[in-house]
Design a protein around this ligand. Structure first.
Ligand SMILES: Nc1ncnc2c1ncn2[C@@H]1O[C@H](COP(=O)(O)OP(=O)(O)OP(=O)(O)O)[C@@H](O)[C@H]1O
Length: 237
C-alpha cells in the first residue's frame, strides 16, 4: 500500500472537518477523492502535505509515518496544489531547474530528470517557452512535470482542473490516468464526476465522513456516476 490513511480526524476549533477517515490508495492506481464543496477534501490535502498538523489518526506514505518522519515521507510525494505556484516570467525549464535545486538536484542528473519529466508530459519541445505565454493546460502540465521531478511514489492533486477549459481538463485527466501505468499511485481530488474513469478507485467524502469506497463502476452499479453522486450527497456534481 503506498498511501494509507487511518482514523484521521481534524477540527478547526469547533468545526469538525474530518471524522475518522480511513482509506488506502493502491500502488499504480488512480484513486479519485470525490466530494462536494465543503466535504473536507482540502483539509485532507492539507494534512497529507503537512500544511495542517494531524490532530488524530495516522498517515503513512510508502510505509513511512508522516508525523514521525515528515521529510522522508514528503520526499515520496509529488504535489499539485489547487492554486498554481509557478513563476510565470521563467521558462518551463527554468521553473523545473529551480525546483530541482530545492530538492538538492543539480548538474547532469537534474537535467536528465527534467528531460524525462518533460517527456512524460509531452512538453519537451516547449521547454524554453515562458510560462506566461502558455495556456492554462500547459501551465498545469508544467506543474505536473515539476511534481514528478524527484520521482515520487505518490502523486497528490487537489482539484487540479479548476479554471481549465474542457479540452485541457480532459487532456490533463487522461495524462494523469496514464501515469499510473508506470506504478505511480495517484490521489486526485475533485467534485467533477466526469474526471473519474470506471476502473478507478473511488472514495466519496461528504461532510467530513468517508461515505463510500470501492471501484467506481461497482459503486455506481449501472447508474451514471453523477446520479449516484447526487443520490449520496444531495449535491450537483
Ligand atoms: N480555516 C477554517 N476554519 C474553519 N472552518 C473551516 C476552515 N477551512 C475549512 N473549514 C470548514 O471545514 C469544512 C471542510 O472544508 P474543506 O475546504 O476541506 O472542503 P472541500 O471539500 O475542500 O471544499 P472545497 O471544494 O469548497 O474546497 C467546511 O465545512 C469548511 O467550511
Amino acid at each position: 500500500m503506498t498511501l494509507r490513511v487511518s482514523n484521521l480526524s481534524f477540527n478547526y476549533q469547533a468545526k469538525q472537518a474530518l471524522k475518522d477517515v480511513s482509506f488506502d490508495a493502491e500502488k499504480g492506481r488512480f484513486t479519485a477523492l470525490l466530494g462536494p464543496n465543503g466535504a473536507g477534501k482540502s483539509t485532507l490535502f492539507g494534512l497529507l502535505t503537512r500544511l495542517l498538523t494531524v490532530n488524530n489518526g495516522v498517515i503513512e506514505v510508502a510505509g513511512i509515518d508522516l508525523r514521525q518522519h515528515p521529510l522522508a515521507a514528503l520526499a515520496k510525494m509529488g504535489i499539485v496544489f489547487q492554486q498554481p505556484t509557478l513563476d510565470l516570467d521563467l521558462s518551463v525549464q527554468q521553473n523545473l531547474r529551480y525546483f530541482a535545486a530545492l530538492h538538492g538536484l543539480s548538474g547532469k542528473s537534474a537535467e536528465m530528470r527534467i528531460e524525462a519529466s518533460l517527456d512524460r508530459l509531452g512538453m519537451r519541445e516547449r521547454a524554453k517557452e515562458k510560462l506566461r505565454k502558455m495556456n492554462g493546460g500547459h501551465r498545469r502540465r508544467t506543474e505536473l512535470a515539476r511534481a514528478l521531478l524527484h520521482e515520487p511514489s505518490v502523486l497528490l492533486l487537489d482539484e487540479p482542473t479548476v479554471g481549465l477549459d474542457a479540452s485541457s481538463r480532459t487532456a490533463i485527466t487522461d495524462h494523469v490516468h496514464q501515469l499510473t501505468a508506470d506504478g505511480l499511485t495517484v490521489l486526485w481530488s475533485t467534485h467533477l464526476t466526469d474526471e473519474v474513469h470506471p476502473d478507478d478507485a473511488l472514495i466519496l467524502l461528504h461532510q467530513g465522513v468517508l461515505k463510500e469506497a470501492g471501484t467506481a463502476k461497482d459503486l455506481q452499479n449501472g447508474q451514471s456516476l453523477q446520479d449516484w453522486f447526487l443520490s449520496k450527497t444531495g449535491a450537483e456534481a
